[in-house]
Design a protein. Sequence first.
Lengths: 380, 381, 466
Amino acid sequence: MSDKAYAVLGIFDTPNALMQAIPKARAAKLGTVEAYTPYPIHGIDEALGLRKSPLGGMVLVMGVLGALVTLGGQYWISAIDYPIITGGKSAGSWEAFIPIMFEVTVLFATFTAGLGMLFLLNKLPFFGHPVLSSKAITGITRDRYALALEAEDESFDSAAAAQVLREAGALEVEVLPAPDRSPFLTSAFILRTLGGIFTACLVSGLAMFFLTKWFPLLAPMKHMQDQPRLNAQKGSTFFKDGHGMQLPVAGTVARGYLPTATGTQEAAATLVNPLPRTKEVFALGRKAYANRCEVCHGAIGNGMGSLTAAYGGKAANLQAQQFRDYPDGKIYWVLVNGKNNMPSHAPYLTVDERWAVVHYVRALQRAQNAKDEDLKVVVR
Amino acid sequence: MSSNKHASTLLWGATGIGALGVLGTYAAAGHERFWANWVLWFVLMFTLGLGALFIVALEHLVSARWSVPIRRIPERVATLLLPAIPVGLIALFALPVLYPGTRPEAAQNHILAGKAFWLSVPFFSVRTLIAFGLCLLGLAVLVGGSLKQDTTKDPSFNFRARKFAPAFMAIFALVVTMVAFDWISGLTPEWYSDILGVYVFAGAFLGGLAATTLAVLYLQNQDRLQGVQGDHLYNLGAFLFAFTVFWSYIGFAQYMLMWYANFPDEVIYYKVRLTGSWRVITIALASLHFILPFFALVTRAAKKDPKRLRRVAYLMLFAHVLDMYWLIFPILGKPLFSWPELSFALFFLGGILLWLRGAMEKGEDMPVGDPFLREGLEFRL
Amino acid sequence: MHPEAAIPTNAIPEGLLEPALYVGKVTPGGLDDQVLAFPETRPPKQWYFALAITLTAALIGVGCIGYTFYLGIGAWGNTSPVFWAFDIINFVFWVGIGHAGTLISAILFLFRKRWRNAIARFAEAMTIFAVICAVIFPLIHVGRPWLAYWLFPYPNQRALWTNFRSPLLWDVFAVNTYFSVSLMFWYLGLIPDIASMRDRTTSKLRKLLYTALALGWRGAATHWQHYEKAYLLLAGLATGLVLSVHSVVSFDFATSVVPGWHMTIFPPYFVAGAIFAGFAMVVIVLVVVRETMELKNLITDRHLDVMNKVILAMSCIMGYSYMMEGFTAWYSMNEYLHRGFMNIITGTYGWAGCITISCNILIPQILWFKKARTSYFWMILVAIGVTIGMWFERFVIIVISLHQDYLPSAWRIYRPTLVDFGILLGTFGIFFTLVLLFARVLPVIATTEVKAILPDAQPTHGGSHE
């Protein structure tokens, strides 16, 4: 170790003594004058000739920046990227953006003030400063006031500095050796660093994997997959019959499926088709007929559906005179109640669909027995 | 001294010309307009005086020391309450003209009919008179006692003021709420907002503070406040800054809640003020009462700078006038500003300044009898 | 006339003088030995006993929260139309408790009220612990707390953004900012004290810990300069923040159209109420701390006296707010508002309204008497009363307003479950556990700040006096 010194510390026991020593130490012009105190001393900035702290300006700039960023961001999100009207307010209503704007402004400003002070201006954390390993430090953070003459270059004369401080009234003087600047990029150091980085990556990678893959599927967090409810096809001890799904009460009818023709077929003859003969009704009737009737009664209603061909079932030939003479109501009755082998279609066709089918059957019958005036209709 | 005389003549002249205009307004521009102007200036004088008296009481309440050397200034400004009382008594004649709750048609309106007694002229007048009485009490104890202490040097005043200050705060809260609900909200009696008292308080305090700051700077220029220096000014600036923010906070809170809930009986208030020409005035109010003073005073140096402080204080006083104008004038329809308003401004400003010039000579310039004066003068940040 | 000549030379009368900020002789070194020694000594038996109680309470709370996770929100009494119940009551309550800390550390700092220095550290710590307790509630109320990060606006594959027009989102920002800023403020204040502890401790482990936490603080004048500036700026910012946070919390209610919630006075009234409840909590804790930790010379009767005065002032402001609420309910001639207000006193939950008014407005009036302000019995009675009263005030606002609004067919009575009470108890346990731990691990008094206001701590500028 050479006798090169980083600084010379003079210890004082009152702030007054410290303040009186500062001008003397500065006048000696031996090095940078710095004070170390347990708490801030009023007026020491001027005594040491420190420049004003730039923190206020930094905070103002960052605060304004935070305000603008948040206002712009909220406007962009709410009015441009994802405009949704809620509560009858326009998408870009600025009033609603003020609270968050204020909060983020404060957040930006405080982090600038706090972290900017620590990291940027005071260059902390710094654990290797010579004062921290001095004997005086226990006093400095307790009740002693230290004045330091810090070396500015090689020519620093620690003996002269110690003399100046002693003359200025220092009770004790301590010479701080310059920090040992041995090369630190040794192979062991590089290995340790790389090993450390590798371990950190490995640990955080594994942690992320478990956090995202495994942790979210643990007991309480199963995204409502496990719900205490009845499943339609599962048994249940809750009901007497042991089924999860229960039959509706006898006589239950779904809306729009009222069985309107409940009497005999003859009684139904008086029913009148409530639907007009419009394009839409025919389209509805055609769709329903194709879905539910065509398989037996055939595409033109002649009773030669694909089921007849395959299995020899005998469906009614709707083109027969008997059916051509049926009033609408009787056809409707059959749709609702079924006849012979034909089951009821009431559960599958709504009231409107049934009547539309009746219209459509009428159209099929007319098409097979067209008269001259029908052609005129087409021509016109 | 001659310039002083000169200024005095000028003020008397302005007041005289203003008085002619005021009379002309009554004769030519309609009674509604006359009384709206009259109520505006009454509320302004009253809130300025109240704000100043609040500053005095606050010092006693929290045992502040720094403000002792300048306490005489708000005490003098608070005497504005004295001329405000006759102005207010005359303003009572505005009730049948401007205040819908006092008119016979109010009986048909089910909202107004329910509180007809509250809005009626007699009860309204009684409340106002009680408020005046309470203010006089406050003036007598806080200002009168302090003036007396100049000669007696009796510290018992400090004990009394300290005891009285909490009671005055209660008085102050009631009086300010009365001004807000009767004189201001009474113009639109179907509308209600329970924060209005706090809003008027914030404006009044700012107004009183700005007037105090201006008077302090004026006396300091004349070398009459030796020992009052940058650190005292800094505190005044800091208070101006803080209460600018407070006023905006209260104003924004009221606006935002009404805007958000969108109740028809509430938003009508802002609907009037945010459409047509009133919109421009609302934006001007927000800028002059908040944005401009905020950025003018945000730095530490600005709060100590007498030049900057003087400008901001003028701005604050103007913004306070604008604020009250914004509260009162929309009942007349479009924003009116022409010779009647100018002459009222001339008359009342001239009168207020003449009064304050007189008041500035009351007692010593500092409360020399106060045992804490030395401590106050030694105040450093 | 030169005023100097007129200044009275007579001494300031006894009754006007403010009592000293500490009792007896306090030196910087003695202060360190008194305050910083706590973390280095073994805690007394009572401390373990207290910790056992608070930990038990905390564990009950954690258990109830776990049960809520397991079962879902159905474990609580929340029901239609009282969808917001204990969770938001407790949230508002705890956020409010925190406000006293910020008031003491920031606002009183700006007003240069020196009595704050001795109690600021504790109050700030309580702010942080209270906010920790507060954030538990919105977090568990979202139902699936492990997805709570959805509350933040971030680009995501769902292509969704948060709704910036929702006051609940404002809350997320406000409370997070509040926590971060309070933590920053607290930590900055702690750094010089931790540096002191680093330099006096003999234990290796502590040395390592404090060295890391102190960030190499060495008390350089150049550092202090920026540090003081930063502290001042933080105080200013925190002052604005403390107003905004509880205002934003009040917006949760006041922006709605529920009668009893939509009040324009809510923002300042919530802030005042928060400071009120927070001060009461600080008084309770301070009394215990100064008795058990023998800090009577630093936390004096004067501190308690001033704190109780603040409580009294806040109580009066609350009284004004209640009065305005009632007055507006009448003045508006709005039958919903009117009924909503009457419900507070005469409704099913009228007892809660009566507790609120008597605990918040009537009981604290005893503090007008100086005797009461310095007597443990009365101040603790008032402080506990205020804590209860302020909790019930939120109960009144939330439950009473919600259980009967515009639609009488939807009116229903709300009954909390044992789980609700368990979680409330748990947050008290968590809060006091953290307070107990703090009292033994970190300096409970900001020694650096107190050192700076001791006599002879500051150089005299050639002046003749003192």
